[in-house]
Design a protein around this ligand. Sequence first.
Ligand code: 8GT
Length: 130
Amino acid sequence: MISVAVGVIVSNKQVYLTYRNATQHQGDKWEFPGGKFELGETGKDALKRELFEEVGIIVKQAQPLTQITHDYGDKSVLLDVYIVDEFENEPKGKEGQHGKWLDIKKLDPLAFPKANIEIIKMLQSSSYSA
Ligand SMILES: Nc1nc2c([nH]c(=O)n2[C@@H]2O[C@H](COP(=O)(O)OP(=O)(O)OP(=O)(O)O)[C@@H](O)[C@H]2O)c(=O)[nH]1
């Protein structure tokens, strides 16, 4: 089981998404930025490091949203998901990935890896989207 820190970056009823390219696991799909824990890291440590490396933001506040385990067949993941609602810098794909802000209401679960369906449901029924 691979532990992955996932950041749901929220602002004005929108979330920031990055695109997983075709060569990656679960590629050609949108994702919430994040990545695997390194040895000895807590979830929040991994979250802060990954969000800085991938989209250039400094996380000021992160609240745990949920933990999701999913078996893709070729890989099992544990997503440790955080709401990030205070941060410095404007997020942008620093590793050349496409990135965009999207209304939470417009998130389409089919455009994401399967493990994300539950996250999207939670967001769309929360006060972050209303
Ligand atoms: N970052 C991120 N990963 C997700 C999401 N949903 C989801 O199932 N995952 C899975 O969690 C794992 C995250 O790995 P990663 O982004 O650190 O690494 P990667 O697949 O790019 O591969 P690599 O670093 O080994 O080359 C992948 O297996 C990916 O399919 C999500 O919303 N964000």
